[in-house]
Design a protein around this ligand. Structure first.
Ligand SMILES: [Fe+2]
Ligand SMILES: [Fe+2]
Length: 171
């Protein structure tokens, strides 16, 4: 069973995209840590690990299919943010871009009648629904609780709780 060169390229590009997401969340975590948002820092360190597991899933899949994964360099992520809300907005944008890329791969798999890759990608399609919802829910908190210092401290506590009880779909 083989995957097409087009599918192979798309999957390898996705390896890079997941690596970029991991690196971007690592930078966000670090910014949160030095800014005093410890709960958010824990949350984004965890997100960074999660993106790395996504990257590994794709690397293993490519290798299992005999396609051989290639590891590319990634651009340095933004290292500072104006606010916690702005940071979460950037994270949501990242996830929306990832969702788009996953859906494009699903389209390719469908067109090529590549049932293996189609089945493999199903997990990622579902994961992206959760990932986008996660950040949308956090963004809602700013409208619900507020944007003053006390409100942000409250939101940071909520993220701390989320980091302490990661959902079982994390891997
Ligand atoms: Fe991911
Ligand atoms: Fe993600």
């Amino acid at each position: 069973m083989k995957i097409s060169p087009k599918m192979k390229k798309a999957l390898n590009d996705q390896v890079t995209l997941e690596a970029s997401a991991s690196s971007s969340y690592l930078a966000m975590a670090s910014w949160c840590e030095v800014t005093g948002y410890q709960g958010s820092a824990n949350y984004f360190y965890m997100q960074s690990d999660e993106e790395r597991t996504h990257m590994l899933k794709i690397i293993h899949y490519l290798n299992d299919m005999g396609a051989v994964a290639s590891i590319s360099t990634i651009k340095a992520p933004a290292s500072s943010y104006k606010s916690l809300e702005g940071l979460i907005k950037t994270a949501l944008k990242n996830e929306q871009a990832v969702t788009k890329a996953i859906h494009t791969m699903v389209d390719i798999a469908q067109k090529e009648k590549d049932h293996s890759t189609y089945a493999f990608l199903e997990w990622f399609v579902n994961e992206q629904v959760q990932e986008e919802t996660k950040f949308e829910t956090i963004l809602q908190k700013f409208d619900l609780i507020g944007r003053d210092k006390l409100a942000i401290n409250e939101i940071d506590k909520i993220l701390a709780m989320d980091a302490a009880t990661p959902d079982d779909t994390a891997a």
